[in-house]
Design a binder for this molecule. Sequence first.
Ligand code: UDP
Length: 376
Amino acid sequence: MKKILVVGAGFSGAVIARELANTGEYKILVVDARGHVAGNCYTERDKETGIMEHVYGPHIFNTNNEKVWNYIQKFGEFRSYLNHVKAVTEKGLFSLPINLLTINQFFGKQFNPREAADFIEQQGDASISNPQNFEQQALKLIGRALYENFFKGYTIKQWGCDPKELPASILSRLPIRFNYDDNYYNSKFQGIPVNGYTELVQNMINHSNIEVKLNTKYTREQNPKFDHTFYSGPLDAYFDFELGRLSYRTIFFEKNIFDGEDYQGNPVINYCSKDIPYTRVHEHKHFTPWEKHDKSIYLKEFSKETTAGDIPYYPKRLAADKVLLDAYRNLANNETKVTFIGRLGTYRYMDMHHVIDEALTISEDFTKSDNATPFY
Ligand code: UDP
């Protein structure tokens, strides 16, 4: 049997390990530097309250991809869950994503959907035909008042740079609606695994052809012992940062126990002003509304630039990063028998469903040809 090394036990690594194991033609070793599987999706029950905690921040599974949705359910039971988010701005608390209620309350109007769409079009800056960055995209789509109250301060805190430096695509993650639907996502399939993400990933890698080693550091010198390596760690770390560091944001949390049933009455509340140091507060019991707990936990989320030792979460992809990324990709393209996968391995802002979809494609191609390219 061929020997495969998978670096990182997040969704990319787990899906590839499982798909290759299923063929019966490979022995797979999965290594992870941390003491647990599931990467940043890791969940565990809080010791004091029993609430399922999303230890590295909230993960709400949502996708339009039926193949991914069906696949993921083979490894754990999901329950339907729609995410709801409120935003605290300098003008008060509003509904997110921006919808008819937000627009009417923010501007003191009672628009119907068509009136609201016309009004927001007038607010938008029509002179921007081809938005080049986050700020231009926002000014074009929603105008200055909504941009400054809902997006500017939050984005500066979250990304640590001027929104003019960020890609327009980040704003496009959020819908804008002219009805009263306040479901945070547009996706057709949305849910939360009843027993958490950790169990789901554990079920994926629980296979007689897969061995898992946690607390295990990887260096690329180990590659020659294997027929192929799938690497989901940071691309720059693979090369020991020899060309410099790609910029990532990391997030960190201040965790609190609330001695009552409901601390904030909603799963997530965003704080959009740049004068409030945290970006959002999440109260995790609301992610499993079918469970009953007497107490609650809530986490204030802060964002900062990564320095050595921090967990990278968000690839910034600023102009300088893209130049460096190209240089690292050139280096990576010289590697034979290594494939770079996932959010960190490819330095892209991917959601769980993107990662799973791509990992399924990579596994399918690899099992057919036994020869994978460094990137997909
Ligand atoms: N955003 C914002 N204000 C908000 C919510 C989001 O400015 O109240 C911006 C911010 O730049 C953020 C981006 O929209 O990074 C995408 O938001 P999303 O909720 O998708 O971020 P994630 O959950 O991936 O952190």
